[in-house]
Design a protein around this ligand. Structure first.
Ligand code: NAD
Length: 374
């Protein structure tokens, strides 16, 4: 695998990683992610500094804000960020603008993290965990690229007002051609990175039969495609894409889509794998700086019990090494170690089948470390 843009790979100077453990199971899974990162720093001779900062509910408790200025400054100065998870029921009554989720939205927009990469992959040994038939999903390896800072979630005008005596809610789905172009370029580059020897396929998902914003989306993505003759481009309406994802998900390679459609499709794709504790994600800015985090939340129901699955976090470390730091060898080594551990039948409780025994968060981390050293 190669990084998204060769000119975006950080130089050989010391790179700075900021780690944000967050809330709930966040600190438990991050501890294992850090152990694995430390191991590849040693084994691959990487020049990285790692700093931990308080974020989310933990930061609200300590400093009265989910994203304190000190944390934000450190994140701005970092090359890459590794986040555990944030949130919890204890913050439901906090003022809306001080809730942990606001900290995360604030961080994404402050850092201009517009490209959200969500791989959905399923190790053949775990295919029984999917709600689909094993042969439809075994070995699934698709990537959904969602535009994260535009579209209907951010567009104006928006609001609720009384029109002709009737309360009316409204939002605006808006994309300009520059926003579409930059996410399309990311999609094509991602395809190339996944298939350096050719055979890459990009499916752009829209609703161009109904929405003008999608008409422009399709036009711009098609124009960008002329720079990537090695990538096969197709277009699909979002309703069909939702059907195809649950009918025959392995037909896809990379899907690129807007914020709303990507939100829905990436959650559906995550569920295809049946194991939310296994899925990493990345949110990248224009220069390739990224926030890496597991797809799941802070799992307050199991926090503190030492039973959370740390593999999504460990695989997020691998994505960080691959996509921001350009350390392909270290990323490959971690992914191979995780495959080895899964093949060997090591399971945390969330990925066991009836009758199988499970290991703790720490033991799963240790199993990956042992595989790395073997
Ligand atoms: P969740 O992902 O935290 O949990 C859903 C279910 O999956 C729970 O049963 C949980 O125990 C299980 N689960 C999640 N991660 C696991 C892991 N690594 N190992 C084993 N089991 C795991 O979703 P939720 O319960 O809807 O949300 C809980 C909190 O997390 C909320 O406050 C929510 O706002 C927050 N949240 C944060 C993020 C984030 O930090 N990016 C994302 C989603 C939700």
């Amino acid at each position: 695998m190669i990084p998204l843009h060769s000119d975006q790979v950080m130089s050989a100077a010391t790179r700075k990683i900021v780690v944000l453990p967050g809330d709930g199971i966040g600190p438990e899974i991050i501890a294992e992610g850090r152990r694995v990162l430390d191991a590849v720093v040693d084994s691959h001779g990487l020049d990285l500094t790692v700093e931990e900062h308080v974020f989310g509910g933990a930061a609200y408790d300590a400093h009265g804000s989910p994203l304190p200025e000190m944390t934000l400054d450190a994140c701005r100065a970092a090359d890459a960020l590794l986040l555990g998870a944030i949130g919890g029921p204890q913050y439901d009554k906090a003022p809306r603008e001080l809730r942990p989720e606001r900290g995360l939205l604030g961080l994404r927009s402050e850092l201009g993290l517009f490209a959200n990469l969500r791989p959905a992959m399923l190790y053949p040994e775990l295919s029984a965990a999917s709600s689909l038939k094993p042969d439809l999903v075994a070995g699934l390896d698709i990537m959904i690229l969602r535009e994260l800072t535009g579209g209907i979630y951010f567009g104006g005008p928006r609001g609720i007002e009384v029109r002709n005596g009737v309360r009316t809610g409204f939002n605006t789905m808006v994309y300009d051609e520059n926003e579409i172009q930059r996410i399309a370029v990311r999609g094509f580059e991602l395809c190339r990175a996944r298939h350096p020897d050719g055979g890459a396929r990009l499916c752009s998902v829209d609703k161009a039969n109904v929405l003008e914003v999608s008409e422009l989306w399709r036009e711009v993505v098609t124009a960008v495609a002329t720079d990537y003759p090695d990538v096969e481009l197709s277009h699909m309406y979002v309703d069909n894409a939702a059907m195809q994802l649950v009918r025959a998900p392995k037909q896809f390679d990379v899907i690129v889509t807007g914020n709303l459609f990507g939100d829905l499709l990436s959650d559906a794709a995550a569920m295809l794998t049946g194991s939310i504790g296994m899925l990493p994600s990345a949110s990248l800015d224009k220069a390739g700086k990224g926030l890496y985090e597991p797809v799941h939340g802070s799992a307050p129901d199991i926090a503190g019990q030492g039973i959370a699955n740390p593999l999504a976090t460990i695989l997020s470390v691998a994505m960080m090494l691959r996509y921001t730091l350009g350390e392909t060898g270290a990323a490959d080594a971690i992914e191979a170690a995780v495959s080895q551990v899964i093949s060997a039948g090591v399971r945390t409780a969330d990925i066991t089948t009836p009758g199988e025994s499970s290991v703790s968060t720490h033991d799963m981390g240790q199993a990956v470390l042992d595989a790395l050293n073997s």
